[in-house]
Ligand binder design. Structure first.
Ligand code: DGL
Length: 275
């Protein structure tokens, strides 16, 4: 007799994903690729973006409200697709919610494993760079001082506009990254989920202004894999044999749905860069 047991129970409920705005589209791109049979409800808190210049208690309250909204829509698991929200709220959300919660975090670990004598630039919102959770993550690295944190206020607003010109983004990067001009940079961590959506701009900037490999890293693929592990461990996977529904992602926003949804759908289609 075969000892192979066939799984017969599947969970067709959707997975909730939220961010302060469009940034979570970069996380969702990786998740959609890895989990082709799952459905998603995305909430972008665009009316309250950016989170990164707010106080910790404000970010926590907004994250809890976003999670409640998705829970009321009947999600089976939650993905915090915002590094800032993770830093301010992940412990509280895990304590409070009775569904599994997975979250994105700045990918400084793989970046620090890149060989080289240069630095690792970690670009994120000001809040992420200052909050205790991220600081503790950095302190766990073998050479924490190799990581230089740069808060990039203003960048999320440009990406949220959906129509920022590359020259405006480059001007802002010049302003934030001027101190590293000509330096050896081994890795650049895109520590805000909005940033991978404009990865080619970071690549062009790095080629023109830094020495070293300047490899880009983000936490999206790690988050997608963690979500797959958590769904399996909790028996929450969708039936792999069921035909996936045509529209796998429902979009909700605290802003104007009519004007924001087309931008979100376009960002979701942008290609993932190889890490
Ligand atoms: N996308 C978010 C992150 O990963 C935050 C953007 C914001 O400041 O609202 O940190």
């Amino acid at each position: 007799m075969s000892d192979i047991t066939l799984k017969t129970e599947y969970d067709a409920r959707p997975i909730g994903v939220f961010d302060s705005g469009f940034g979570g589209a970069s996380t969702l791109r990786n998740i959609l690729r890895l989990l082709p049979n799952e459905r998603f409800i995305y909430f972008g808190d665009n009316a309250n973006a950016p989170y990164g210049d707010k106080r910790e208690d404000e970010i926590l309250a907004l994250s809890e409200a976003a999670a409640d909204l998705l829970l009321h829509k009947g999600v089976k698991a939650l993905v915090v697709a915002c590094n800032t929200a993770t830093s301010a709220s992940i412990n509280a959300l895990r304590r409070k919610l009775d569904v599994p919660v997975v979250s994105v975090e700045p990918a400084i670990k793989p970046a620090c494993e890149t060989p080289g004598e240069g630095c690792v630039l970690m670009l994120a919102t000001v809040a992420t760079t200052k909050l205790a959770r991220y600081k503790a993550l950095q302190a766990r690295m073998r050479e924490p001082e190799r990581v230089i944190n740069v808060g990039c206020s203003g960048l999320v607003e440009l990406i949220e506009s959906g129509s920022a010109l590359e020259e405006d983004i480059l001007r802002l990067l010049e302003e934030k990254l001027a101190p590293f001009e000509g330096k050896k940079v081994d890795g650049i961590v895109l520590g805000c989920t909005h940033y991978p959506l404009i990865a080619p701009v970071f690549e062009r900037y790095a080629r023109a202004h830094f020495k070293g490999a300047c490899r880009l890293y983000d936490g999206n693929e790690g988050t997608a894999r963690q979500l797959r592990r958590v769904l399996r461990a909790n028996g929450l996977e969708a039936d792999p044999m069921a035909t996936p529904p045509e529209n796998r992602v429902s979009f909700f926003t605290s802003g104007d749905e009519g004007s924001l949804e087309p931008i979100f759908r376009r960002l979701l289609e942008t290609p993932i860069y190889e890490q």
